[in-house]
Every structure is written in structure tokens, then in C-alpha cells.
Design a protein around this ligand. Sequence first.
Ligand code: 4AD
Ligand code: MG
Length: 456
Amino acid sequence: MKHIDIRKLFETAEQFVGKQVTVCGWVRTARDSKNVAFIELNDGTCLANIQIIIDKESEIDLKDATMSGTSLCVSGTLVASERNGYEITCESLTVLGTCAPDYPLQKKRHSPEFLRTIPHLRVRTRYFEALFAVRDQLAHSIHEYFHKNGYRYVQPPIITGSDCEGAGEMFRVTTHGWKSDFETEEEYYENDFFGKKAGLTVSAQLEGEMAAMGLGKIYTFGPTFRAEHSNTVRHAAEFWHVEPEVCFTDINELIEIIEDFIKYIIKDVLDNCPDEMKFFDTWVEKGLIEKLNGVISSDFVKLDYTEAIKILETCGKEFKYSAKWGDDLQTEHEKYLTDEHFKKPVFVVNYPKDIKSFYMKQNPDGKTVAATDLLVPGIGEIIGGSEREADLDKLLAAMNAKGMDLSSYGNYIDTRRYGSVEHSGFGLGFERALMYLTGVSNIRDTLLFPRTVGSL
Ligand code: 4AD
Ligand code: MG
């Protein structure tokens, strides 16, 4: 159908004023006066609707055309209007699809909770249009950052035999159910599709490290799956994960890269989604744009884990779980550090080795590893990263100490035998970054069709 996107129409309106244009879209709202009808039409290409004006004395048949949700194709003359910028005086109108009267988006505003019950329709609201516009831009900005800085974009497998985080949160991939004729679990897996136990990736890091150990600087950007039973506003069972891996780079250089990267993507989204970001600033988090501009122009805090524990122990605040050296930071602790104490993004560095993964570089103190989490106000952790243990013996010792089955990690271990190098990497939760950028407080609203425990 020959037509123009409403976004394109607004962007290049001047050249169309007084001329015939054709647009398609869904009716957001319609109203009537004695002589004219007004239809607000939206095609999803931009937040703004185009107003269609219909002379009721004309031949145009308005039957079925004014119900919210109806899809239309409209031709008419584009005119400049003081109130709306531009509108179309309708000359012909075709109903593409009528809308049943039980269409749930009749009102102007609905709560995110209600909209979560209709994921297939919520993309027709301003809130979700704005969100998916920013999501699209953010993905673009991320790719652009890495491309400009010489990283190779690699696509790791989604089905894998090794659990990167070792947290036992892998979804199993299988083609057959349990059969009682298998004597052991091993026998069962041997008879499965891959001849061994397989699952969906919880992180592409290990494959990323192996790729970097030849390509130098790589990043992955793909879906990640975790069978976590955490029913929180920050956890999804399927999320998108950005994981760069950089050779010849230590933890301090990694932290510089992360800060540069975060500032770049925030600025790029602000520059490219002004209308959407204004929408979130007005409706979701007042002061959002100012906050993000502040983040771009200030230095992030770099704080030793041990120092963080001291702050939490002596700040005088009552926590549900008191902070203790050796324990992971609870959400309430992270929140205190970012929202109350520093009021800006904080890198916590050098965590106790016992609460972190096997692949992290062991510090000379024998107690901590060169790991960092980036915590941001309002959300908490958006990035987990580390310098990797490049020393073969130390790596093997850590794996053995954690009781890992080394036979599933043979290739990975090889990289420490064949020209091992200092290297570092991190993982950014794409949806968490989107929450931070938009002020949206529930991860379920950042995913097209969210998957969380008990909900598919
Ligand atoms: O801290 P995590 O577990 O680190 C890793 O997986 C490393 N292998 C990354 C690396 O160094 N390449 O996860 C990284 C990030 C977290 O900081 C968080 O933002 C996000 O992934 N994340 C989740 N996001 C949504 N839902 C979940 N269930 C998430 N689990 C982690
Ligand atoms: Mg983490």
C-alpha cells in the first residue's frame, strides 16, 4: 500500500504542506462535533499521532472508522495547524480492519500492571511505543560503541554444555523425557540429542574469552537464560546480555572502558530519542534527563568492597540483613550506597573470592578477586565484570576448590596453556540498562514478552 510513515511525514512536513498524502495506522481516539470528526491516528513510527479532520457533510463513510483500535488508510491534504503542527484534511478513508467493541485500550491511560496482562496489545500505547523506541536505539548505540572502538561482534552458541556462572541456574535442553530403562543420570544424558548434558547459556563469557584470545577484542549481544527463582522487578528468566572481552587489559583499564561505554550509550540515547526521553521525564521519573546528563558529566565512584562494608557497618542505618565482610551485598546495601551515600554510579571492586565465580583473577591478598560490579541509583547492579585468571595453575586450583568437572572446560583451560594473556570483560544486563535510562521500575515492562518464574 503506497503510504508515508507518520514519522517521515512530521520530519519532512514542509515539503508536503498543501499536497496529497496517504497514511496508515490505528485509531487512538476519535471525537465528534456537529460538522466535523477528528481522528488521532498512530502508526507506531513515532510517539506523535497525526490528526485527521473529516467533514461530516462529505461523502466519507465514517461507519466503523472511529472506534479506538480500528486500522485505517487515509488520504488527504496536509495542512499546517497552530495547535497540532500539522494535520490532514481527509479526502478518502478506508477501514483496513474493524475493531471489536471489547478492545481493552479504550481509555487514555492504563496502569503498567493492567498492560502487563495484554502484552500483545500494549505496544499500541505511548508508554510502550516510547520504551521500544529507546530499546531499539540503545541496542544501536551499544553496537556503535563497540564497532567504533574496534571490537569484533561475535555470535556465541545459545545451547551449551558448560555452566559459566556455576550457579546451577541452567535450563536443560533435551529431546527426550526420563526413561526408567536408564540406570544412571550419565546414561540418560549419553542417549540424549548431543550425547551429553546440554542447557541454555547463562552467559557467553567463556566462549567470548576463547574468541578474544585470537580476535583480541570481542563482544557478544544476545539472549541469556537463567532459571532463577527470584521473583523480583529486576530478574527475568530470559534477558539480553552484552558481554565484551578485552585482551591485554587489567581490571583498572576495564573500569575505565565501562565508564566510557556507559556514558557513550546514555548520551547517544538522549541525542537520538529526545521525544521519548521527554515522555519518560514527564510521566515516569521526574528529573530523569537532568539525572542522566549529570551522570555523563561526572566521575563514577570506585570503591573497594572492604571499604563498602565499612561504610555500611558504620552508617547507622538499620538494614534487614547487616553487612558483613565475606557476604554478598544485599539489594538494600547496594541501594544505600548508590541512592543515599554517593547518589551516583558506584564501582565496587575486589570482592571476596568465595562469593564470586571461578574465572576471576585472584588478588595477591589471597582473599579477594579482581571483580567489579557497577551499581546505579534506583536499580542496583547493572554490570558484573572482572579481570580473568590468566594463570593456568591458579585457575585449575580455583576450579577444583569449587568442585567443578574440569572435563567440560577443556577448551577454555587450553587458552591458559597456549599463550595466555591478561584479559578482562564484563556483562551488562540490557534490560537493566533500559530500566536505568527510562526510569521504568519493572523489568517485565522492558521485554516484548517477558519470561519470569511461573509465567510464560
Ligand atoms: O553478574 P552476572 O551474573 O555476570 C556474568 O554473567 C558474567 N559472566 C558477565 C561477564 O563478565 N561477561 O550477570 C551480568 C549482568 C548483571 O549485572 C545484570 O545486569 C544482568 O547481567 N543479569 C540479569 N538481568 C536480568 N535478569 C536476570 N535474571 C539477570 N541476571 C543477571
Ligand atoms: Mg553479578
